[in-house]
Write a protein that binds this ligand. Sequence first.
Ligand code: AGP
Length: 606
Amino acid sequence: MCGIIGFTGNINAKDVLLQGLKALEYRGYDSAGISYFTENGIRTIKAVGKVSGLADKVASASSDTAKCGIGHTRWATHGGVSETNCHPHRFGKVTLIHNGIIENYKELQDELAKEGKEPVSQTDSEIAAMVIDSCYKNNPVRAIKKAVKKLHGAYAFCIMFEDHPGSIYAIRNGSPLVATATKEGAIIASDMVALIKYSKDYFVLPEHHIAHLTAKSINITDLDQNEIEPDMLHVNWDMAAARKGGYEYFMLKEIHEQPESLHNTISPRIKDGLPDFSADNIPDSLFTDINRIVITACGTAMHAGLIGKNMIERFSRIPVTVDIASEFRYQNPILDSSTLVITISQSGETADTLAALRLAKENGAKTLSIVNVKGSSIARESDYVLYTHAGPEIAVASTKAYTVQLAAVYLVSFRFALAKGTLTEDETRKLAATLLEMPSFVENMLSCDKAIEPISNKLKKTKSLFFIGRGLDYALSCEGSIKLKEVSYIHSEAYAAGELKHGTISLITDNVPVIALATQENVFAKMISNIREVRSRGAKVIMVAGTGAQVDASLCDHLITLPPVNDLFAPFGAAIVLQYIAYYTATARGLNVDQPRNLAKSVTVE
Ligand code: AGP
């Protein structure tokens, strides 16, 4: 959730840290701080609020130069938002930054209190600094090794020791850390967006290994002090992808990047007109040797899973359940070697999804993950990975990562059915050909912003609204609702249209907006009845209809019609409409859509 960065080298470390924190700000943004070595020891500067505030403070605090330092942008878990709780934390000779949660910090704090040691903050991270300091006898690696045996929970630490200027030590358990050694120096961070300015090649610090960064190199050892060579990875995006490129917000930029992300995700997987996972090393036996599927994920990724269930069951006639990862893991799920568990995650680091994956593996299930971030924990721990190629997604609200997840589940559903023989080659070819058209279909959809902006202007004062739909449109309603809530702070609920009258219709009164998705011909007549039900109770209806739908003008207040597309592929178009509704409603309310309150991009805590 927090963003962390460390740099040691031959250029101005303060600049590297502040630029890195700016890039990482989407991970957490209630306060930020840096520490760096000076001739007179370690200096720390912190500020509540945005990284820009910290940068001003650093500029006015001093003109000293630094070559080695660490920086942190915080998303509060333990202790409120204050400079005291902001990282880096210092105790004795140890200064550190932390991403994660130390679950036993209270017990550790009580033990330290017996030695007369008291923290100044309310954070679990400061307790970790105290524990490391209490283990420190001039040997950083030994101190870290000893301390991590006492710390329970998830962590990524970058640590500086007062008497080891120029060195940064790092270790992680659960929380991500990537690093690279460049001609400018060695750099480590929570994710690639902070490193991309310096290198496209990087490695993921293996868990329970200690990285020692100096200006010239990065040395990695396991806890028995054996040196290891990390596996290098490469990203194929660059700095431009991690910048706003003229857009007011990353969210809008990422909405517009969807044609390219879809193309990059779909086209390498269609060979001779058929879906093909040979380059992903995913064998057909993964699909033929199982008798049920569980899809598990969180938030938007889970909503992509709902669409996946519909498509896989439709084409393969194999039962699929979709579970929220945080529920799945505590429900003693029924899993065995005939179950395929599909995890979906943009970041590949979501704590509950990762735990669900581990549970599936412990119980002998086969695992496939659909992940956007290369080398992330979920990708590395799954038996098989199908990478989506959305590039970096910076806005907290997921847009392009969602539509590429849809593309991935469509590909899986087609290949699955082909392997099982429930779709013929001809049928599969037709579906694959339509999927290949999605980048241009979505490109075409992007111009519907002109129709949506005025609708959003009308929605901006709304207190509460409803999304309704059936089948694929219900799954999309769930996504439309979360998107609107997270960026506009307007309460909304997604309802299966037929279920509304079993209670919730009592909330439909004069002028309550209802966004009705009616893109599926097979349930169109039913949707019309549901729309009439809400209209007759005073609802203002915004209807998203499929091509060729005969809509009586009196049925709705606003009508958005999708360009011609096979109904099964309508979610790619409807998703754009819903993303725009969220975006323009939030901006009409004057909100910062990229950094919605209380949210973080990657939820690495439970
Ligand atoms: C999406 O708009 C949300 N910010 C959120 O629901 C997100 O999809 C969820 O936290 C899962 O993240 P992941 O895909 O990185 O696992």
